[in-house]
Design a protein around this ligand. Structure first.
Ligand SMILES: [Zn+2]
Length: 587
């Protein structure tokens, strides 16, 4: 009895195996390599580019035959160009590798374009390269995984299942050359037939093409990587020349806190006129000035952070060259100041390469670090002791996680949830606009708390040192306006909320007195248009450091302070209210 049952089960097992094997060996067949390239490209154009077509249609559609013809020609062009990219991969093995890899790229691209309106330009690819596990963790969710498996992994496996005829390399080469020739001709016809529409499309609606998957991420990534490969061992260029220090003899040490904020937008700062109480603690702090017309250098961390520390203004700044030049921190350090970088974000983007760095993400601190990133307060935990031991002029940079999305609710401890209900998901499309804004505003209010604590720590030591604090967010954020979320759009096309950032400074009474800073003058300039371009010069000026590229016209304090350079060669006296002396010349 038992043996017959086991025989039956063995038979059914064998039948199932045979069935599975038959399914597995029944592989789809295509006529040629070119057919594989065309089918892959057609699939991408139809299934992976909803956002691209949505944008193309909404920007270019008019009820005219010309517009209809343009959209048809655009479809032909997209299919031809992406198939051409594949047809240029030399071997059949290479073609399979490229096609399957690009299915995964296209799946990721289409997810981020659909979910967040993300733009696959070079800045975004730079962010992809410079991301860390915590940032990836913050984006991970079921939708994303399902998207990658269904539209990425499964088609990628299918590419390897497709049977292609064995033909000689001559035949394959001829097929490809014929295809490349005809595709190019077809593209030319499509472009020529609707040339005026294309002129408008390429010139006025540039961001649309950054939504095209997988071509846009592929081309952008190639651009970033080729820029990086250029001259990797190029020597560091010292732009600072002679660094000079105007020191205040016989006075207390000077301390500057420079806080690099994350993803805070000016539109949600109460200090700048926002109607909700997002700055309850900073409101009314004496000695604080808020700049309400400040703009960022970029719309992403990877651009803005190196730019803020560069001597070059935004118009001349090139992120691929930034590592080659000395920056603000180098000049401060060469002037003899103690410089340290505290990072509760995804690293300093090369800026802190030559100064002491403390990195917080990944630290096992149950109170401050329950999520993928720590709360910004983690950077303050050992700060009182550090300040109590401080003896020299010091600059501390805090690289905050601030309002980094999409998981805004993970940026602040639960007791800081004042605006409710707050979105608790990283899938923003599942939350209402109100819930998203609530979570975001809670993170701004938490930043308000952190800044007020930093000021309090400095204030409490007014007898030991004079201090100043400068805060600027790296870029702003879109919270669903026009269907756009997060940040990173090309600067020229980015909405204002991604470029208008909060920027503020605070000075201790001792600092104000010592430098002859007129707070009335500062407040009068608080409505001027300022930007990240001012950071380099303002910090040098505030710490009485001068280098070859220091420009007083860019120093936000210079016009409101007694000019130390006029005193640099005079003999200091105790009656002198400013008492700057000069010229500690460094190598
Ligand atoms: Zn950022």
């Amino acid at each position: 009895m038992d043996s017959s049952r086991s025989l039956a089960s063995t038979r059914s097992g064998a039948a199932f195996y045979a069935w599975l094997r038959a399914r597995w060996t029944a592989r789809p067949t295509l006529h040629s390599d070119v057919a594989l390239a065309l089918i892959a490209s057609l699939t991408w154009a139809v299934l992976y580019n909803l956002q691209f077509w949505h944008q193309a249609i909404s920007t270019m559609w008019h009820p005219t035959p010309g517009a209809a013809l343009f959209l048809i020609s655009l479809f032909v062009l997209v299919v031809c160009v992406q198939a051409l990219l594949l047809a240029l991969v030399p071997t059949r093995l290479g073609l399979r590798i490229a096609t399957s890899a690009l299915f995964v790229v296209a799946a990721l691209g289409s997810y981020f374009a659909n979910a967040y309106g993300a733009v696959m330009n070079q800045d975004m690819m730079r962010n992809v390269i410079e991301t860390d596990p915590a940032e990836v963790g913050g984006l991970m969710n079921f939708d994303l995984l399902a998207h990658v498996v269904l539209l990425g992994a499964i088609p990628a496996i299918l590419v390897w299942r497709i049977r292609l005829p064995s033909s000689t390399w001559r035949i394959r080469l001829r097929q490809r050359l014929v295809f490349i020739g005809s595709a190019l001709a077809l593209c030319a016809v499509a472009l020529f037939a609707c040339s005026s529409n294309y002129a408008v499309f390429f010139r006025e609606h540039k961001p649309v093409r950054y939504a095209l998957s997988p071509a846009a991420p592929l081309v952008s990534m190639t651009g970033v990587l080729s820029a990086r490969e250029r001259d990797p061992h190029a020597p560091l260029i010292n732009v600072a020349g002679n660094v000079q220090r105007m020191t205040a003899v016989g006075r207390k040490p000077l301390v500057l806190f420079l806080i690099v904020g994350e993803t805070a937008r000016a539109a949600d700062f109460q200090l700048g006129g926002y109607s909700r109480p997002t700055n309850p603690r900073l409101e009314g702090v004496p000695g604080l000035v808020y700049f309400d017309h400040a703009t960022s250098c970029g719309t992403s961390t990877a651009i803005s952070v190196p730019c803020m520390f560069s001597h070059l203004p935004r118009a001349q700044f090139n992120v691929d060259q930034a590592d080659r030049y000395t920056n603000l921190l180098d000049s401060l350090q060469r002037a003899g100041l103690t410089v340290e970088w505290r990072d509760n974000n995804a690293g300093c983007k090369g800026v802190c390469a030559r100064v002491v760095e403390t990195s917080y993400p990944g630290e096992s601190d149950a109170v401050h670090c329950p999520n993928s990133y720590c709360y910004d307060e983690v950077m303050l935990s050992d700060l009182p002791a550090r300040l109590d031991a401080l003896e020299h002029d010091t600059v501390v940079v805090f690289h905050a996680i601030g309002s980094h999305g999409p998981a805004y609710s993970e940026r602040y401890p639960p007791q800081f949830e004042t605006f409710k209900p707050a979105c608790r998901s990283n899938e923003l499309q599942r939350c209402s606009k109100e819930e998203i804004v609530n979570a975001y505003d809670n993170s701004i209010a938490y930043t308000d708390y952190i800044l007020s604590r930093q000021i309090a720590l400095l204030q409490a030591r007014a007898d030991r040192f004079d201090s100043v604090l400068l805060y600027a967010s790296d870029h702003g954020e879109s919270l669903g306006e026009q269907g756009i979320y997060l940040h990173g759009m090309p600067y020229g096309f980015a909405p204002r909320v991604q470029k208008e950032v909060p920027m503020l400074f605070w000075a201790s009474p001792g600092y104000v007195e010592r430098t002859g800073l007129s707070m009335g003058c500062m407040r009068a300039h608080a409505h001027d248009a300022v930007s990240h371009d001012n950071v380099y010069h303002t910090v040098l000026g505030a710490m009485a450091v001068r280098d070859a590229v220091y420009d007083p016209a860019m120093d936000l304090f210079a016009g409101c302070r007694a000019d130390p350079s006029q005193l640099s060669h005079s003999t200091p006296s105790l009656q002198d209210p400013i008492a700057f002396v000069a010229n500690q010349r460094l190598k």
